[in-house]
Design a protein around this ligand. Structure first.
Ligand code: AMP
Length: 325
């Protein structure tokens, strides 16, 4: 998508003109969602200390080291600007009432599945929403220095979504942005350590997951996790963030899915789908989901659905292998 400077300017004019700005992002936040949200909040507060800037949504327990959410009331949305970050479609927006705001801005890096908001700034080729925000800020305010806090939040977002610069969404612009962030004194090693560290329970859970990997034809792997697996190890569903990449480490595996049973929805599973080559977001879309070419999410109801999703991954891999030969 061609991004126009005019739209960027209008977005920053809107930020300048509203006294209350409420920043949303997607449910089940990951480091990019939180880093983008809290990084933008701190950035706006630095620029306009008199403004009321609020971060909306439910915090993820494992990410409290990045900061906290604000308590947001319906009344806050009166004459307010809402900004939704890192969220491709409206049902995934965390927090109510964003539609009550006077104006709405969408800033994202996912493939466009839902065009919403008065202004949209979507760079589908960016590694992360944090990278998109950094580029917007650097282009709009070339002389401005970021605080260390803002730079660290954006850096954490980029690290999260690129898997520490290992995923194929990492591009030269990612390093240009990070290079600039490093000028603001970020503590790279400390942030990377945050991503690396596991509790003993999480490590034991990881070992358990390794034993649960099932290999299917055409380089597909799957893992099925029930709620009891999480409770048995005393870990939260968030612990699945630490294991999503593991099946892909197996030589020959091209794409994989982790099915996670949802609490209170007996038989309902969240599917976390990943790839090392074939685009899997279309498969996700067939199962009430979406996302990126190499990392998507979906929802499946039962065993038949799970098998159907695996079957679609097998076919996608076969097509991919046939084209590459
Ligand atoms: P996850 O496995 O939850 O980390 O999701 C991987 C990617 O897929 C993220 O970029 C999500 O935004 C996207 N995604 C996950 N679940 C869904 C869904 N139900 N609908 C649309 N996109 C999703």
């Amino acid at each position: 998508m061609q991004l126009e400077a005019k739209v960027r300017e209008e977005i920053f004019e809107a930020i300048q003109s509203f006294q209350t700005i409420i920043i949303h992002r997607h449910q089940r936040p990951d480091p990019d969602a939180i880093g983008s949200q809290l990084g933008l909040k701190s950035f706006i507060k630095e620029l306009y200390p008199e403004k009321n800037v609020l971060a909306a949504g439910t915090m993820s327990e494992g990410l409290t080291w990045m900061g906290q959410m604000d308590s947001v009331e319906l009344a806050d949305y009166q004459n307010a600007l809402a900004i939704v970050l890192d969220t491709a479609n409206q049902p995934r927006i965390d927090g109510e009432w964003y539609q009550e705001a006077s104006k709405l801005i969408k800033i994202d890096h996912h493939l466009i599945v839902d065009s919403y908001g008065d202004w949209q700034w979507v760079d589908e080729s960016a590694s992360s929403c944090a990278e998109v925000l950094c580029q917007m800020i650097f282009d709009q305010f070339p002389q401005l220095n970021l605080t260390k806090e803002v730079a660290e939040l954006f850096y954490a977002g980029i690290v999260g979504d690129t898997g520490r610069f290992q995923f194929s969404n990492t591009r030269s612009e990612t390093f240009e942005v990070v290079s600039r962030l490093m000028h603001y004194g970020i503590d790279l090693a400390a942030i990377n350590q945050r991503f690396n560290e596991l509790t003993k329970e999480e490590l034991d859970f990881m070992a358990f997951v390794m034993g649960r990997i099932v290999l299917h034809p055409a380089g597909v792997a799957s893992v099925l996790l029930n709620q009891s697996d999480f409770t048995d190890f005393g870990v939260k569903e968030e612990a699945s963030n630490q294991i999503t990449h593991i099946p892909g480490r197996i030589k020959g595996v091209l794409s994989w899915v982790i099915f996670i049973q949802q609490a209170g929805h007996n038989g309902n599973y969240r599917a976390r789908i990943r790839s090392k080559g074939p685009s899997i977001n279309e498969v996700a879309m067939h199962f009430d989901g979406g996302g990126h070419a190499m990392a998507s999410g979906a929802k499946v109801a039962d065993l038949a659905d799970r098998q159907a999703l695996i079957q679609e991954l097998i076919q996608t891999n076969r097509d991919y292998l046939a084209q590459s030969n």
